[in-house]
Design a protein around this ligand. Structure first.
Ligand code: FE2
Ligand code: FE2
Length: 260
């Protein structure tokens, strides 16, 4: 099984570069599943139903998210009902949405698990124990050797590596998101779990992590609140290609991708 996992889609520029890059990437790599982190896909903050439909039309099969998924509450009904989009599993159970899911395509099944870090992030439930609970539930309901991709939406590289080692051999991949900067540490861990600290960001790289610098810099200079606007300069897709052995659900390879 071959999967494209695309780093945080930042607004319209991110959606556009995904739409324009996917045909060539699909032709080159022949993906079984395309998964994106959608937390910033609608104007940089959360999601809407029209953006959800657009991403599905472009050729996305599953969506993970993070702290920004809560920014637009008009999307909560879809989070509650549609199993193609998930939010971090370690938010309190009262929050809308699923923390993990199984998507299906051409007779193949892929589980997606979403977790969020607690280092330099809002204090929520333990991502390690939430992962244990999700994996126990999947093991009970699903066939053995189901491929599982975990999106760990976290700030600290240490916490990301810790979770990857904790889950090594139990999931096919742990991919980091949230910092919007692609790291060069992609690897397959000894137990067969592919890992990268951060997949990066799909959107305008000419600003500050997807936001126009003119709207971010004043906040650093003055300490006053500022309204952020999505960056549309130097637009790039950041992703990883993950190859998984169908028999064992272990990763055999992880490759970084940046286009154009
Ligand atoms: Fe993000
Ligand atoms: Fe985030």
């Amino acid at each position: 099984m071959r999967i494209l996992f695309v780093g945080d889609i930042a607004g319209r520029p991110g959606r556009n570069v995904l739409a324009s890059s996917l045909p060539d990437l699909n032709a080159k790599y022949a993906f079984d599943f395309v998964v994106v982190n959608c937390e910033n896909a609608a104007a940089g903050k959360g999601m809407t139903d029209s953006v959800f439909d657009q991403l599905l039309k472009i050729g996305v099969h599953g969506m993970t998210s993070g702290n920004h998924i809560w920014d637009k509450n008009i999307f909560y009904p879809t989070l509650r009902e549609d199993t193609r989009v998930i939010r971090p599993a370690n938010y309190p159970p009262i929050c809308p949405g699923f923390g993990y899911t199984v998507i299906e395509r051409n007779g193949k099944r892929l589980a997606l698990l979403n977790l969020q870090g607690r280092v330099f992030m809002p204090p929520i439930d333990c991502p390690f124990r939430a992962a244990d609970a999700a994996l126990a539930d999947l093991a009970e309901k699903e066939a053995p050797n189901l491929p599982i991709i975990a999106d760990f939406h976290a700030e600290a590289t240490s916490e990301k590596k810790a979770l990857a080692l904790y889950l090594d051999g139990r999931v096919s991949a742990v991919v980091g998101t949230h910092t919007h900067v692609q790291t060069a540490d992609e690897q397959v861990l000894p137990g067969g779990t592919a890992f990268i600290s951060d997949v990066g960001m799909t959107g305008g790289h000419g600003g500050i992590i997807g936001v126009a610098s003119e709207t971010v810099l004043p906040r650093y200079l003055t300490g006053l609140p500022a309204k952020f606007e999505v960056c549309d300069k130097d637009v790039k897709l950041n992703a990883v290609v993950i190859d998984i052995d169908d028999e064992t659900a272990r990763a055999v390879n992880i490759t970084r991708v940046q286009t154009p």
